[in-house]
Design a protein around this ligand. Sequence first.
Ligand SMILES: *[C@@H]1O[C@H](CO)[C@@H](O)[C@H](O)[C@H]1NC(C)=O
Ligand SMILES: *[C@@H]1O[C@H](CO)[C@@H](O)[C@H](O)[C@H]1NC(C)=O
Ligand SMILES: *[C@@H]1O[C@H](CO)[C@@H](O)[C@H](O)[C@H]1NC(C)=O
Ligand SMILES: *[C@@H]1O[C@H](CO)[C@@H](O)[C@H](O)[C@H]1NC(C)=O
Ligand SMILES: *[C@@H]1O[C@H](CO)[C@@H](O)[C@H](O)[C@H]1NC(C)=O
Length: 286
Amino acid sequence: MPQHPFSLSLLLLLLPLLWFYLFFISIAAQSKPTQPTCPSYNPCNGLNISYPFWRIDDNQTQYCGYQGFGINCYTINGEEHPIILFDQASYYVETIIHEFASIILVDYDVSPMVPVGNQCPSVRHNIDLQRLPLDFSSYNVNLTFHFNCTGVPEFASEIPCLDSGGRKSCVNVMSSELQDFDWGIYSCGEEVLKTVLNANLPDGDRIGTDFGGVLSRGFELRWRSMEDCGKCEESNGRCAYNDITTKFMCFCSDGSTTTVDCKKGTFNSSFPHLSNLLVDFISWGA
Ligand SMILES: *[C@@H]1O[C@H](CO)[C@@H](O)[C@H](O)[C@H]1NC(C)=O
Ligand SMILES: *[C@@H]1O[C@H](CO)[C@@H](O)[C@H](O)[C@H]1NC(C)=O
Ligand SMILES: *[C@@H]1O[C@H](CO)[C@@H](O)[C@H](O)[C@H]1NC(C)=O
Ligand SMILES: *[C@@H]1O[C@H](CO)[C@@H](O)[C@H](O)[C@H]1NC(C)=O
Ligand SMILES: *[C@@H]1O[C@H](CO)[C@@H](O)[C@H](O)[C@H]1NC(C)=O
């Protein structure tokens, strides 16, 4: 391959440019603001709390993570309990699997953390996810509980431990065929829907006696990117929130904070052009 006559002199010409380029990059890197960063993880009794979840601490004014995804770490009897609240109901956080954007939760009342009452726990509230970016996973099924009924339909499983004054309670796995069933004929007191993991259902009719154990193994939610956070995450940022300013923030990996995403700044728009130019010149010269 014949040498281009100008290649050496061109390279010498470009060397100072290259030097300036590297110099400015190092300046930019050094002058990065020391903004808050996202903790890579925060342990609570073996649970790794990490983005988009965050650990709720005292006197915290801003956090890195999604609104509503804060996890309390209460110490009860010397043991840490990771608890998340949805609509004022407490859920024990069993597992977080980032790979699948999956979180396994257990109603706190029936969780292994509450040693009493698992045999015949009271089943009180439906879960309300409000507008959080969480969905029930397809590994769940829904159980419907009916209390204080005059009888128990064939498809449901009676709950002997909840019989009260001749009134019966029962549970059944929800299905589309049963959606329209008229419970009116049994004059039940109330209906509560509970989501559980399908794999934990017992065989046959035992759900009426084993429901406490099934509930205590929880259910799965999958999280998705929070609204308004997409642009920040796509630019490798982490969404954050300030309680005092009530402002959304995007924490960038270089330590800076923006209100939209991490693509902003002259660094991005001007320097890459120079480096492209350099590459063009050198390949042209060789
Ligand atoms: C939590 O994360 C840290 C750091 O990534 C890791 O060393 C540790 O094994 C994790 N613990 C669990 C229980 O996953
Ligand atoms: C939080 O604030 C209260 C009162 O302002 C103070 O007594 C307490 O020590 C603070 N806690 C932490 C962890 O800073
Ligand atoms: C269970 O109920 C919830 C509402 O509480 C619903 O969003 C979900 O799709 C139901 N899951 C199944 C498997 O029917
Ligand atoms: C059934 O009804 C009785 C009397 O009205 C009430 O005390 C009890 O709490 C009810 N049981 C359930 C499980 O709702
Ligand atoms: C920064 O660069 C990315 C792609 O490298 C581009 O999409 C974005 O528009 C640039 N931002 C600015 C402010 O020029």
